[in-house]
Design a protein around this ligand. Sequence first.
Ligand SMILES: [Zn+2]
Length: 196
Amino acid sequence: MAKLYFQYSTMNAGKSTLLLQASHNYRERGMDTYLITAQFDNRAGKGRIASRIGIGEPADTFGIGEDLYSKIQARLEKSAIACIFIDEAQFLTKDQVWQLARAVDDLGVPVMAYGLRVDFQGNLFPGSAALLALADEMREVRTICHCGKKATMVIRTTDDGTVLTSGAQVEIGGNERYVSLCRRHWREKTGDQTPD
Ligand SMILES: [Zn+2]
């Protein structure tokens, strides 16, 4: 039975590396995979999944409002696919996560989604909220805070290290940096206020 998988973590845990390795394992055995990542500009289809350790693969992209069931169905009509990999899954809409669930159930193809659980204010991303609700299998990709505890939160800072506590959930192409922390150190850095 095909399943919908969600692998979640905070920033810089190596999700893209794991995605690329898992896809490679299929391809090494002669099975094709279909890679999709978020479309951050208007170049539909021209995406790339890259990891911080220096490996990368070209990928198709999903845009806001795009029907992923139809997209997957169209791809499967061309040739067989053993598994679909979605990177930056936090940017999916709730509708798109349901479309992935339908693709798993009705087209019989496994979908492995990789994404961030919470944003820099400690709020669930919409795509991650829907995946946490709908996924058949979930796994946390672990990374650690500077103190050695598991990092589950992320702060956004400016180049000079000032911690930002407000602003848009998604800041594409900005100069902000992200640091993953345990919750205690995240509270310390953000002033220990309950986020909006
Ligand atoms: Zn810590």
